[in-house]
Design a protein around this ligand. Structure first.
Ligand code: PHE
Length: 507
């Protein structure tokens, strides 16, 4: 059985938390990633309850946080540092010559008007209600944990996915029913935030694009008209040009245990039609992207294999049945997006009870990294002209690395505090140890000068049962050569902070 995934997914990922649940919060062995992104990450099925910290509140906490000109009261849930807030408002996806904006445009071109409105959501501050509750995330879903999510306060987070806006956009479709009846779908682009590992394909701020499309059904007893609804959807399906790319899709659309029909609301026939429309729309989009990527790669002299894509079953709290789409790219299967048939309860709660439809979400950086051959996710945030001047609106070109500055590795080994149990968060002072808290400390001090952090050793003392871990921090600037003194100084601060905030004992 597949484990509950969800929006840990959809970003460039090293595959370190792959499909299997996290065994503990410390992975056993972490390969140093040699290439970006193999698999989507997901929240594990491990239960992490929402327990505010009982220990001392976060050390340097201010009583309010100012974000996009709005002041938010902080509390014991707050774990959003200024280093993260400094990214709010960059709006890279609107900078028309930026690779993220070029990628956005390419995808939007596949979801054009009048059926689709293309929108962006500038303010990343959303309620926990919109980010989790209305989407049906269970109370104990690990995605709600402060180890994974940046809380502004108890009731407010930096959105972890663009799905936080689904309800508002469904409501907009309902409101515009008279004035814009043709607009039955949307895309949204936005920056999203997750506490996470550090490596060349992970950054705590990244971008997602979400899309959805709805069809009307009769107000009363829609199931009795499901044949007509399905026929309408199939007519729309015929309008999407077909393609000749090989698609593996071995599973049935509906599977009672693994990928159930919402049988209270939908007939199998309707769901087959919605699924067929969804799959063809997304295949077409992905084929467009990868054809552009192959063109750019072959211009650059790289050998290009024929495109292969496959559908696999997935789980999201707000769709059923659900899938992920993977693409075979340069020797590996890459997870590109998550999608599914929207939960009817969500549509009912969003003023469109009389519609049925699909939704998808994808991570923009992963796609842009392979379209433009960008090797390190930090580059998207670079203000260096040697990076920015390489891209032009509407053009897919291969990134030419302007330098490769030397790496500077520093190892940090420490004993976990005796009370340490894995699974919780120390952010804000709670006792349990979580790897993301180490990442946050390193990021807070090293910022973009850290390329990756990997666990290279862990060990439990046979007599005392105390646990020791060793992380290797790779300091490397994208823009200049770091001196050994500089990285030593950063590393010293990291060591101090680990003791101060996590209560570890350095070795
Ligand atoms: N929000 C999901 C994620 O971040 C992706 C998704 C969007 C899945 C819409 C289904 C429908 O992983």
């Amino acid at each position: 059985m597949r484990l509950p995934a969800t929006s840990r997914a959809l970003r460039a990922s090293s595959g370190r938390w792959s499909i299997a649940a996290r065994p503990t919060t410390i992975p056993r062995s972490i390969p140093i990633p040699s290439r970006p992104a193999l698999s989507l990450r997901e929240w594990s099925s491990t239960t992490i309850r929402r327990i505010p910290s009982t220990a001392s509140p976060q050390k340097t906490q201010q009583s309010t946080l100012k974000i996009e000109n709005e002041a938010y009261k902080t509390d014991e849930w707050t774990n959003t540092p200024d280093t993260i807030l400094s990214h709010v408002g960059r709006r890279l996806y609107l900078d028309e010559n930026h690779p993220l904006a070029i990628t956005r445009k390419l995808i939007e071109s596949q979801f054009a008007g009048p059926e689709f409105g293309n929108y962006s959501e500038k303010n990343p501050v959303v309620s926990t209600k919109n980010n989790f509750d209305v989407l049906g995330f269970p109370e104990d879903h690990p995605g709600r944990s402060r180890t994974d999510t940046y809380y502004v306060n108890d009731k407010t987070v930096l959105r972890t996915h663009t799905s936080a806006h689904q309800r508002a956009y469904f409501q907009q479709i309902a409101r515009n029913e008279q004035t814009r009846p043709d607009e039955v779908g949307y895309t949204i682009i936005a920056d999203v935030y997750r506490r996470d590992a550090i490596d060349r394909s992970h950054y705590p701020v990244f971008h997602q694009m979400e899309g959805a499309m709805l069809w009307k059904r009769p107000d009363n007893n829609p199931l009795s008209a499901s044949k007509e609804t399905a026929a309408k959807i199939m007519t729309d399906l015929q309008k999407i040009p077909s393609h000749d790319v090989v698609v593996e899709d071995p599973n049935p659309t509906i599977h009672d245990q693994r990928n159930p029909l919402q049988d209270k609301h939908h007939s199998a026939e309707e769901v087959e039609a919605v699924a067929a429309h969804l799959k063809r729309s997304l295949e077409r989009m992905v084929i467009k992207i990868f054809t552009e990527a192959s063109k750019a790669a072959s211009n650059g002299g790289a050998e290009v294999e024929p495109l292969k894509v496959r559908w696999i079953e997935a789980y999201f709290p707000f769709t059923s049945p659900s899938w992920e789409l993977e693409v075979f790219w340069q020797g590996d299967w890459l997870e590109i997006l998550g999608c599914g048939v929207i939960k009817q309860d969500l549509l009912i709660n969003s003023d469109v009870p009389n519609r049925i439809g699909w939704a998808f979400g994808l991570g923009l950086e992963r796609i842009a990294m392979l379209l433009f051959n960008i090797p390190d996710i930090r580059l998207f945030w670079s203000r260096d002209e040697r990076f920015l001047s390489q891209f032009r609106a509407g053009e897919i070109t291969r990134f030419e690395p302007f330098s490769k500055h030397p790496a500077c590795y520093k190892d940090v080994a420490f004993w976990l505090p005796p009370a340490a149990v894995t699974g919780g968060s120390a952010a804000g002072g709670a006792v349990p140890f979580h790897e993301n808290d180490v990442m946050e400390i390193v990021r807070g001090i090293g910022g973009d000068l850290v390329e990756d952090v990997t666990l290279i050793d862990e060990f439990t003392h046979p007599k005392t049962a105390r646990k020791s871990v060793c992380y290797r921090i790779n300091y490397r600037s994208l823009e200049r050569t770091l001196t050994n003194e500089e990285s030593n100084e950063l590393n010293l601060k990291v060591r101090e902070k680990l003791v101060e905030e996590l209560g570890v004992e350095l070795r």
